[in-house]
Design a protein around this ligand. Structure first.
Ligand code: ADP
Ligand code: MG
Length: 703
């Protein structure tokens, strides 16, 4: 049997794994085949050459290894609390081993009086040390077996442990698989890359990662496996990007006409920043290339992405094509619609808004005009992607705040025209370079790294709840000077009820400190009817209300230059990127703006660190790097929806940034020479990509 067939076998074919264990492993770890199990990499190693004496133990220690004798067993407790305990002793003292499950089996398998090696984490309980569900092995069984002194430890679930599937069991199973494979696991990288980049072979890496002889072997094995994992992700992205930029057909926008010219000369109310100009140039180059543009526009909140998008819509119009802009919420869509309408009001273009609450009559008219081509720009929410929205000739699509849309949703817009429209994805959530390289690695990236002139950085302060009075005093002063204030409460899905309670109670308190008629307050939250929301926002926008009490519905896009104070309640409950977004709501006018983070007096270390970062910098990229370090990429907002290709088995998008850049360059070199991986030495990579991404590919292509 060849190695590939062995690797694809299901676990039930492994000695020691029956249907029940196989099912458990599938359910708990998602492991189905031999290969899956090999890919369940250890997360740490325990030095099994080190033995402890019972007298040396303290409860701060992680798992320790002890050699000693079981003196005898006792059954204790009743019902659910029923447990088996054993006295375990060496010449320096004794401790208790405890089992809640498998009572009969344990006492039968490990008779008292024999010498055993146990491994487990000691806890203090009732004045003695306990080890619950230790790993245990008779000393006489160990002699003669190859026993790596560094024992691999695998992440396991409670349920697995309760069923005696320990790290050692996993190790054993993996050992059997490796033995069956004999000389080797077929290489998954071409020889020339293995040589050139001095990698361990896959075979070596697999056996060393599970059974290392020393730390150096672990490092070498890890490097090889991470390299491969990240390399194939990048190769896939680079290959798709290269395909799109050279093989797809795109609409050619080669005219610069009346719309863009007259807007630029007569209606643009400010000078574009250099960064904005650069991005517009990049987009125009794409639009002329004859291939479909797929570009990500990153820029901090307030950097002026909207006007860039708008000018590109004018280019589309000049070339006789329609555009649309999709925003994640009704409020945002409404705002975009208003600002675009405002900027284009003296121009001869038809702009409409389409959201879930658009009336049927209006909807029908929009439908008609979309089809006869008399509608130039359609702004809206995901109402835009419904099947009954049909354009005459959609040429340019802008998606704002991308992380709120799934990749599949993006895809539906593509399908709305015969030749795929150019696509600009805008995000105000700066993400670290190397993360972007993976999440949006198939897109071209433009960055606006400059704020419009005259903006003063927002001053950020952190106060504890106990200093609330001080904060309110400050707010009063600001309102006296004519400024307006946001007070934002967290909104977390799981406890929606509680969150509204916080908002309602907060509102009562604020009303008591800021009484009518001297002060007027707007309230906005997600549960309000859209009409009321809009009215509330409008009052604040017009400066009629002084304070806006809101949940995070105002997180993105709201643009009210006179609002100069952002108070964030329970700031410790927000993530960094959300705090950054919220802070971006102020600092849009000419006055000095403030962001006040109010938090509980007691903070976790991580929460304290987050608030510290917010106080120390306003740079979105710096914040996103810190976020990645603190939380890991899985938690970064939007990572899940953004179409992470799969769970990484060994690499870490947060920590392996340098390696990501490195393998991306290597992938680029490979694709430059052989874009379709057709040459004999590259075929292995082509096959590998198909194996890894065939499912994913099919939904990427429609997107
Ligand atoms: P973003 O969407 O990137 O957060 P916006 O496009 O909403 O930012 O722009 C924020 C504000 O700055 C808007 O009021 C916009 O009119 C203004 N603005 C954009 N570009 C410039 C510029 N070059 N100079 C001055 N103001 C600008
Ligand atoms: Mg915006």
């Amino acid at each position: 049997m060849n190695a590939r067939d062995i690797l694809d076998k299901e676990l039930t074919y492994l000695p020691g794994v029956g249907p029940r264990r196989a099912e458990l492993l599938r359910k708990e770890l998602g492991v189905v085949t031999f290969y899956d199990l090999l890919q369940h990499f250890p997360f740490k190693y325990i030095d099994r050459s080190r033995f402890y004496r019972i007298a040396e133990i303290d409860s701060e220690m992680p798992a320790v290894q002890i050699r000693g004798f079981i003196r005898g067993y006792v059954l204790e407790g009743q019902g659910k609390g029923k447990r088996l305990t054993a006295e375990f002793a060496d010449e320096t003292g004794s401790l208790r081993l405890v089992w809640f499950k498998g009572v009969k089996w344990i006492s039968g398998t490990y008779p008292p009086g024999k010498e055993y090696i146990i491994l487990g984490k000691p806890n203090v309980f009732g004045g003695t040390y306990n080890i619950i569900h230790p790993e245990i092995e008779a000393v006489d069984k160990i002699t003669g077996r190859k026993y790596s002194s560094l024992q691999a430890h695998y992440s396991l679930t409670e349920n697995l442990r309760n069923n005696f599937i320990t790290s050692r069991v996993i190790s054993k199973l993996i050992g059997i698989i490796l033995a069956q494979l004999g000389t080797g696991i077929p290489e998954t990288l071409p020889q020339y890359l293995v040589k050139k980049y001095r990698l361990a072979s896959l075979s070596e890496a697999m056996s060393r990662i599970h059974f290392p002889d020393n730390l150096k072997e672990i490092d070498q094995a890890r490097y090889r496996l991470k390299f491969e994992e990240l390399f194939y992700i990048q190769l896939n992205l680079v290959k798709q990007k290269s395909f799109r930029n050279t093989k797809t057909i795109g609409i050619i926008f080669d005219k610069v006409g009346e719309h863009l010219n007259s807007f630029y000369k007569k209606h643009l109310p400010f000078e574009l920043t250099d960064a904005q100009k650069k991005v517009i140039r990049e987009i125009r180059r794409d639009m002329k290339s004859g291939h479909q543009m797929n570009r990500l526009l990153q820029g901090d909140v307030g950097s002026g992405k909207t006007v860039v998008a708008l000018m590109c819509m004018l280019i589309a119009a000049d070339n006789g094509y329609q555009s649309c802009l999709m925003a994640p919420t009704e409020i945002l869509a409404f705002q975009h619609f208003n600002s675009i309408n405002g900027l284009l009001k003296e121009m001869n273009l038809t702009i409409r808004l389409l959201t879930g609450s658009t009336r049927k009559k209006e909807r029908e008219e929009i439908g008609k005009r979309l089809l006869d081509g008399s509608l130039d720009i359609l702004v809206g929410t995901h109402a835009l992607i419904e099947d009954n929205v049909v354009f005459r000739n959609l040429g340019f699509v802008v998606i704002d705040e991308q992380h709120r849309f799934g990749v599949a949703q993006r895809g539906k817009l593509w399908q709305k025209s015969l030749t795929p429209p150019h696509v600009l994805v805008m995000t105000a959530t700066p993400i670290p370079r190397t993360l972007a390289m993976t999440l949006y690695g198939d897109l071209d990236v433009s960055v606006i790294n400059q704020l419009p002139p005259g903006r003063k950085p927002v001053m950020t302060m952190h106060y504890f709840d106990s200093s609330r009075e001080t904060v309110y005093g400050f707010i009063r002063k600001q309102i006296r000077e004519g400024r307006q204030v946001y007070v934002v409460y967290p909104l977390i899905m799981e406890s929606e009820k509680m969150d509204y309670k916080a908002l309602e109670e907060g509102l009562v308190m604020i009303e008591s400190y800021f009484p009518a008629p001297e002060y007027a307050i707007s309230v906005v939250h997600g549960r309000m009817p859209v009409k009321n929301k809009e009215r509330s926002m409008d009052l604040f926008k017009k400066g009629i209300t002084h304070i806006m009490v809101a949940t995070t519905v105002i997180e993105v896009g709201v643009d009210i230059p006179n609002a100069s104070v952002m108070v964030i309640e329970s700031a410790e409950r927000f993530g960094l990127s959300q705090l950054h977004q919220l802070r971006g709501r102020v600092g849009r006018g000419a006055d000095q703006s403030y962001c006040i983070l109010l938090s509980d007096n007691k903070l976790s270390r991580e929460a304290a660190r987050r608030l510290e970062i917010m106080v120390s910098t306003t740079d979105g990229f710096e914040i996103s790097e810190a976020d990645l370090q603190l939380r890991g990429p899985g938690d970064i907002e939007g990572t899940q929806q953004s179409g992470m290709p799969f769970n990484l088995k060994i690499a870490d998008l947060g920590k392996d940034g340098a390696l990501i850049e490195y393998v991306r360059r290597i992938a680029g070199d490979v694709i430059n020479i052989d874009p379709s991986l057709e040459s004999p030495e590259n075929l292995i990579m082509k096959n590998r990509l198909e194996y890894l991404f065939s499912r994913q590919q099919s939904w990427r292509m429609i997107s």
